[in-house]
Design a protein around this ligand. Structure first.
Ligand SMILES: [Zn+2]
Ligand SMILES: [Zn+2]
Length: 81
């Protein structure tokens, strides 16, 4: 599995796992060896404004919801919790 640049510590060790919740919906959770983790909203993928690739995804951690592009690592904060 390819690793990505962690939005928190910028190390190349950000990777995802999928789990089923109580309703058997697949949940994708991203995590890094620094201890950072964020949940992905699978219904919200889009094209990145910068690199134009279909690799922008919506992530939610305990402090914020944000767009993150896994190609160019652009971060766009949507909502600070
Ligand atoms: Zn990290
Ligand atoms: Zn991008």
């Amino acid at each position: 599995m390819a690793t990505q640049i962690c939005p928190n510590c910028k190390a190349d060790s950000f990777t995802w796992t999928t789990d089923e919740d109580e309703n058997n919906n697949l949940e994708t959770t991203w995590g890094c060896s620094c201890g950072y983790s964020a949940k992905e909203d699978e219904s919200q993928q889009g094209n990145c404004d910068d690199c134009k690739k279909f690799s922008k995804m919506k992530l939610e951690d305990e402090n914020k919801i944000y767009w993150w592009c896994c190609s160019c690592n652009k971060i766009e904060i949507i909502n600070a919790v």
